[in-house]
Design a protein around this ligand. Structure first.
Ligand SMILES: [Zn+2]
Ligand SMILES: [Zn+2]
Length: 150
């Protein structure tokens, strides 16, 4: 799962006829960060300081364009929001039910992704794992210790 350099993507998009404003390039650069799993709102909030004229619509449009062109994928692990991920390919995601954190997990969960399954064309495969993250588990343990003192 090698990361693409954002400059390379900018060049490819320009070649395909897209016009990219400074703000759009900033969004692209943001979403291509290592291990990035962001919502449109998070990207918007962070870039708004640097690009005061930036609108949430521009963020959505740019993310839609990048998904369409196959540079990022949409992760729907959290029913309340869409996460954008620049790590491509099938990789399992973990969702913490307590703090809502989303991360890639290394696991031996493997799926053989066929282009065709039972006569249907397969475009995407997602693996979503739900549970309690290690940070929350630790906090829970520490909390229990505290209780025992009383
Ligand atoms: Zn957690
Ligand atoms: Zn991911």
């Amino acid at each position: 799962m090698k990361k693409r350099n954002y400059k390379e993507i900018v060049r490819e998009l320009k070649e395909r006829g897209y016009t990219l404003s400074m703000a759009r390039i900033a969004i692209l650069r943001y979403v291509m960060k290592e291990n990035a799993h962001y919502t449109a709102e998070e990207i918007y909030k962070d870039l708004k300081h640097e690009y005061p004229t930036l609108s949430i619509a521009t963020v959505y449009n740019t993310l839609k364009l990048l998904s369409k062109e196959g540079y990022i994928q949409q992760i729907m692990i959290d029913p309340n929001k869409v996460i954008y991920d620049s790590t491509l390919g099938v990789h399992p995601h973990f969702y913490c039910k307590i703090c809502g954190k989303i991360e890639d997990i290394s696991s031996d969960l493997t799926v053989s992704v066929n282009r065709e399954m039972d006569g249907n064309r397969v475009d995407e495969v997602h693996i979503y794992v739900y549970g309690i993250c290690k940070d929350c588990l630790r906090k829970e343990k520490e909390g229990n210790k505290g209780l025992r003192i009383n």
